[in-house]
Design a protein around this ligand. Sequence first.
Ligand SMILES: CC(C)(COP(=O)(O)OP(=O)(O)OC[C@H]1O[C@@H](n2cnc3c(N)ncnc32)[C@H](O)[C@@H]1OP(=O)(O)O)[C@@H](O)C(=O)NCCC(=O)NCCS
Length: 195
Amino acid sequence: MTPDAVIAALEGANDLRTADYRLRPVCDADLDDLFVHFGDPRVAEFLDNPPVETRDQAFDIIDWACGVRAAGSGVRWTIRDADDAFLGTCGFHLMNYSHGRRSDIGYDLGPGHWRRGVMAQVLPAMLAFGFGALDLHRIQAMVTPGNERSCRLLVRHGFAREGVLRDFGYWRGRYWDQIQFARLRTDVQGSSDTE
Ligand SMILES: CC(C)(COP(=O)(O)OP(=O)(O)OC[C@H]1O[C@@H](n2cnc3c(N)ncnc32)[C@H](O)[C@@H]1OP(=O)(O)O)[C@@H](O)C(=O)NCCC(=O)NCCS
């Protein structure tokens, strides 16, 4: 895809829907929700940033989300229910079309929405958008060891556990391994974990 075509596809990402949830690009109006959400240590436990402590830090997340979309390198949505209540966020980042067609994904729900099958609807919608409108070949995710919920989610949706990237990232004053998961457009639907 050309850069312009990618940006056009991301423009079409304004209102993705599942049976029960809506995905809308992060915008300034989400500041209060994001401040509470990313300030929760339970949400941040396995993420690469500590809990946000100020509204400015929450605004930096909005700034980042708007920036990646404008640059054509991703999109971050809020996940909302039919009553427009905020449940979490998800999206694509580090999209790359110059040497392949791949992207990373990320997702985070508020703890009150864990284990209710929200991502069981949202992740398939993300994959359909990624392999469809975004024409990706490979969708990948990195998970911090210990984040068993996230590992289970990915395996349930056909991602293969490819290996551990040792000391991949540095945050909170130390290096962290990352488990690399990926699903290819050509993978057969269903679990492809090798363990
Ligand atoms: C990672 C995260 C999104 C996973 O959330 P989750 O609630 O486990 O995932 P789902 O929404 O798909 O729900 C599946 C769970 O709900 C249960 N469930 C209940 N009702 C369900 C339904 N109607 N349909 C499907 N699953 C249902 C499933 O059994 C499953 O639980 P289990 O894994 O204990 O078997 C969540 O833990 C989170 O946001 N964590 C904090 C942020 C984070 O770490 N993000 C990932 C960074 S890599």
